[in-house]
Design a protein around this ligand. Structure first.
Ligand code: CU
Length: 166
């Protein structure tokens, strides 16, 4: 058991070392049993002198993982899918409630409880894949808004990749 977690640590450390992008403070929102979706948040740092973007994500924890953001549209906070999340050269991009996040759709394990860990793979524009081990945490109430996969059909064009277009 101990050896296994040690090996896991070494494996993830070497992945981080080999990459120009590092991850800090990753976590996944804890969910009530009734909720089929969750979201992952983290700080991404790009230590190279080239812009890099996250182009897609995958996770064993859910059927689908999508890159999302939130934006104000006509005074209403909307959540929609984005084709990529940019991390500028030598700077950081923060995925946080109310902004960018990795949306986990169709959770295989429900509910997500605090002592659990979720593994997420971030696929980068430079061809690298970043493995992220995110602990499940409770996120303050109030930020729940916008994650209920809208009842209104106006937000449904997301799947067609047209999200955010004017
Ligand atoms: Cu989302």
């Amino acid at each position: 058991m101990k050896l296994k977690s040690l090996l896991l640590l070494i494996a993830s450390a070497s992945t981080i070392y080999a990459s120009s992008v590092t991850v800090k403070n990753a976590y996944v929102r804890a969910t009530p049993p009734s909720l089929p979706n969750s979201a992952a948040f983290m700080e991404l740092h790009n230590s190279s002198d080239k812009d890099i973007s996250v182009t897609s994500a995958s996770s064993d924890a859910s059927k689908v993982a999508e890159l999302h953001t939130h934006d104000m549209k006509d005074g209403v906070m909307m959540m929609y899918q984005v084709p990529k999340i940019d991390i500028k050269a030598n700077s950081s991009t923060t995925l946080k409630p109310g902004g960018f996040h990795v949306m986990l759709l169709g959770l295989k394990t429900k509910p997500l409880k605090e002592e659990m860990n979720v593994e997420i793979n971030l696929h980068l524009s430079n061809g690298q894949t970043l493995k992220v081990f995110a602990p499940v945490k409770k996120v303050m109430a109030g930020m729940k808004m916008g994650h209920g996969m809208n009842k209104k059909s106006s937000g449904m064009s997301c799947g067609a990749g047209k999200c955010g277009s004017k």
